[in-house]
Design a protein around this ligand. Sequence first.
Ligand SMILES: Nc1ncnc2c1ncn2[C@@H]1O[C@H](COP(=O)(O)OP(=O)(O)OP(=O)(O)O)[C@@H](O)[C@H]1O
Length: 271
Amino acid sequence: MTDETAFVALENVSKRYETGEGTIAALEEIDLSVPEGGFVSLVGPSGCGKTTLLRLVAGLESPSSGRVRVGGDVVTGPDPDRGLVFQSTTLYPWRTVAENVRFGLEVNDTSATVADRRVERLLSMVGLADRADAYPSELSGGMRTRVGIARALALDPEVLLLDEPFSDLDVATRESLQEDLLGIWHELGKTVVLVTHTVGEAVRLSDSVVVFDGHGAISTVVDVDLDRPRDFETDRFDPYVSAIRNTIRDGRRNDQSTDRCFEQHTTNPKH
Ligand SMILES: Nc1ncnc2c1ncn2[C@@H]1O[C@H](COP(=O)(O)OP(=O)(O)OP(=O)(O)O)[C@@H](O)[C@H]1O
């Protein structure tokens, strides 16, 4: 299936890994379209292929069959047009915050003046203007994640790929970063694909939530028809969270024979 309006498109994509123990089917015949400037989250049981999908879009893996397109071009490898942020962002410990964000610009031979301006703007956008000269060891987990986001944006990618970037953070820090991410998304108009284990986070942030089953296929795509900013407390928020959770739960019930586990629980079920 080809959607001509898609900016990120997976067309009948399957991904299999050959291992010593046999073949693992990580993704099965995935069709997915994300429009330009859209915000899509991927949720589902652990091991259902969410990270694999993100890595395919990033060009870090190749599909076993089907194809991945970004901006109309078939993805054949990594590209600065796709910025990545992983869980537990790894920063260069010997570089300051500003130097970490600046790294890609240096590799890309960006002029010093342009790089300075860009780093300054990004650090202010992620709320770290006053920590430019700090070293990663001097930062909190939330601050390190902010640096990771700024670094991913340094080369002005069209697509931002986020793999559970907030999962190590406490609830208050996570909420504050969610707000900042939404602000950045509004301001820069990037296309965002977010992997998260937290259904409430997906509903709060996304235009649509892609729910995977336990077998590397998509169960359903839920369009979130709520005005932003979205309030956890509104009556309309909970039904989305419940419906998505039930879909994951139903998939899990049908999948009792595997050891793939369910959504990570947090102290507040809405986060
Ligand atoms: N490099 C690899 N080699 C072999 N198998 C792999 C590889 N990468 C992923 N897999 C397998 O592919 C399946 C999907 O993994 P993936 O990491 O995409 O799932 P996930 O949904 O992101 O999981 P989680 O939510 O736990 O992060 C799993 O069974 C995993 O063990």
